[in-house]
Unconditional design. Structure first.
Length: 389
């Protein structure tokens, strides 16, 4: 009788256990090198029976940043970079009003794409996000990417993933803050919220940096280093390279931890600064000052009217997205955006086969939906209306 068979008999007969648990012990021994069987045989039988199923480790990257900073644009570039490296990613999108429009623009880039709509992941949406992440953790794809809505405080989410590490087994976990180079530190009453989003980041990405002079870029970099000296600047290419390296290191790395908390101590810590409790509460209150509304577009609209309409929207609209069908291209749909007072120069063409209706989404503090609807009807089309359900 060889040593492995002896250990199987000894362990199975050591205590009255069910046939299912006996099979679990035998399966464990069948996949365990002999050099490790003594350690297993010394462990209590009850401990062996509580070992969870084998877990696949995958990297996770979360994107945060203020409204309109360019998170979805970076996500789109990152997905293309990963595809070029033959890596498939699962994506979760969170939007304060409706994530389905962004989902439309990205659905041809991601392997799987889930939308978490009309909730904030730093409070009421965290449970649903965890359920989506738990489902994604069973995926055979190589990484998980999460885009957080532009008004969320990421700290509660980071804490949740740390506390539930043994359930998700997503590592390394990186938080990338997307910063609009033109507007950082110029948000008025929302400066503190944007600062908190960056304080917790492991990396940062600068959008619209070409709009700054070299001296302005250097000053911005100095300001950012003063807030979070541990964060490193990244691009879509460098993030894809880092994810690819992590994927290669994790490939085939599956295990059943004896202690469900053993991973916690080995997890890379990405929270470099922790704001004071009062500061966090203030920032969450700022985040919850934002509201959103949606207006449906039942008919195709004239292209020349879209940008005029976006420019006429009130200043209270900090972020606007519009998925529209144009009269000169009835078989296509286009995504237009406005950030602050700036309208994106070129719309993004998105697939037309979908049950997501053409609509406009508006986010900002103290929105007046009736005013927005009146502007929309007078500029785009008189049949525009609020959703009926």
């Amino acid at each position: 009788m060889n040593r492995s068979t002896f250990l199987k008999i000894a362990l199975v007969s050591a205590a009255p256990v069910s046939a299912q648990n006996q099979r679990r012990v035998i399966e464990l021994l069948d996949t365990t090198p002999l050099s490790q069987t003594k350690q297993i045989s010394d462990a209590p039988v009850t401990r062996i029976m509580t070992i969870p199923p084998l877990i696949t480790i995958r990297p996770m990257l979360m994107l945060t940043g203020f409204l309109g900073a360019g998170k979805t644009t970076l996500l789109r570039s990152l997905l293309r970079e990963l595809t070029a490296r033959e890596h498939l990613a699962d994506v979760i999108l969170n939007d304060r009003e409706n994530a389905l429009i962004d989902k439309e623009a990205l659905k041809e880039e991601a392997s799987t794409l889930e939308a978490l709509t009309a909730s904030c992941v730093c409070c009421d949406g965290v449970d649903e996000l965890c359920q989506l992440a738990l489902a994604a953790s069973k995926s055979k794809h190589s990484s998980l990417l999460i885009e957080i809505n532009g008004t969320a405080d990421p700290i509660p989410l980071l804490e949740t993933f740390t506390l539930l590490e043994s359930e998700f087994c997503l590592r390394p976990r990186w938080l990338v803050c997307v910063i609009d180079s033109r507007h950082f530190g110029k948000r008025g009453q929302f400066d503190d919220l944007e600062r908190v989003q960056f304080e917790t980041a492991s990396h940062y990405y600068l959008s619209h940096s070409s709009d700054l002079t070299e001296a302005q870029q250097l000053q911005l970099e100095e300001n950012l280093k003063a807030i979070n000296p541990q964060a490193s600047r990244a691009t879509a290419t460098s993030l894809a390279d880092s994810l690819s390296q992590a994927i290669q290191q994790n490939r085939g790395y599956t295990f059943a931890p004896k202690n469900p908390y053993q991973l916690r101590n080995s997890t890379p810590k990405i929270i470099s600064h922790r704001p004071q409790a009062s500061s966090r509460n203030d920032c969450q209150q700022l985040a919850h000052q934002f509201t959103g509304c949606r207006i449906n577009f039942p008919h195709a609209v004239e292209p020349s009217r879209v940008k005029t309409w976006l420019q006429k929207l009130p200043n209270s609209v900090i972020r606007a997205k519009a998925l529209v069908t144009l009269t000169d291209a009835p078989d296509s749909r286009f995504l237009y955006e406005r950030v602050g007072q700036e309208v994106s120069p070129d719309p993004i063409q998105v697939p037309t086969v979908s049950n997501v209706p053409c609509a406009g989404l508006f986010i900002g503090p103290e929105l007046q939906p009736e005013q927005i609807l009146e502007i929309t009807r007078s500029t785009l089309h008189p049949d525009c209306h609020f959703p009926t359900s």
